[in-house]
Write a new protein. Sequence first.
Lengths: 296, 139
Amino acid sequence: MVKWKHGCLQNSYAPVRFWSWPPETMKTTAFKIILVVSALFLVLTNRAKAQAFDSNKAYQDYQYSLGVYQTSYSAYQASKDFYLKSPTLTLKEDARKKTLAMLRDRDQLISVYITMLRMNILGVKGLSNDEKNTIFGKLDPEVKWYQDHKSSYQDGDPLETLFTKSTEAADRYKATTQPIIYETLFNISLGTEVGIRMDHEEIYTNLKSIVDSGVASGKLDMNPFNRWFSDIDTTISQLKINDDKAKAKIVNVYGQYYSIVGSYNSGTDTLATSLTSLSELNRFLTEVLTSIKNQQ
Amino acid sequence: MNDNQQPNPVPTPTEVTKGNPFNEIIAKIKLFISPFWQRFTQTKFYTNKKIFYPIAGMFGLMFLIIILGLLFGNRKPMVVRPTPTPTPITSEVIESPTPKGDALSVIEQKLLDLKSQIDSLDIKQSRLQPPSMDFKISF
């Protein structure tokens, strides 16, 4: 007698079956297919989730959080006005709840905003990995702080406690977060400008090699390229000097004697003059290109 | 066949799975789910094949569509808030008889693209400025 483990009794001449149909080999094959497809499904869904978050998605999240905060702030304002006009216990409780919701949304908004800045830094070409990691080292603790602070709000917190916790966030934002935000914004602009300059330098290197090979083969005359290259080198040097000047100004966001926004504007104003030099560099390289074509 | 000979017994799951680790895993999974499967096969839903097969086939098709969608679907991000775009610049393709013509055309196009980037670069990052928030919360 062949006794199936789960009590399905069969005689030795009858095949032991797990299902009545289809045959055993087909069932095993189907089972394998189901396992593979399920594993594939799990992997693909995880991949899809991982691929979705970029700077655009981060910006969408920020816009959504901003809308949520603005809505809860309006509700807070309205409840506060109602309570101040008619200070009843019921209105006070309503104002407390609305204040709590608004403060949580405010911490969430700051956290999401800083994350968005982080994603923008990630995509900037003209910053080295070390520079990016330095910036991340400042941004990431801020995100964590506001997320932890948001968790510190309890549903039963009285108004006075909410005001105290709000002041904690306000002090943190003013003393620590805001300078980091403006430095990050400056670095996004600086990195973008440096990236554009580096692309021009790459084109410049290519044009110089084309001119060198053209001169060597006798198709091109070195005049006036040698003088033009000197002017282009000067322009590139000026761009680099200007970047350093701007970097020296942005550090004042952490200083005591300058306002944060004022230091940011001073740094970005210096950086803005690089746009003129970049346009000039672009024109010079276009002239070199045209001259190569005309001589060939 | 000799009457005294007994037909070869159907191999048990343990015999089938020897030497193949994947089959061993499948056998173990089968042993685990067999009591649940036994109970399920006794339900009215399973015994009525006219209902069971179409519904099982439908769920299988949905699963397959999801898999295909994930494999071949459009992964582009959703439509985002419009951002300032660079002024479109038409590029002129200048024909050159020289072998370097293609390289020069590529460089020319790159310079045009970079000019567009310079013109559209917002140094002040107005789009990314911090949100306006009220930190004076008290009453």
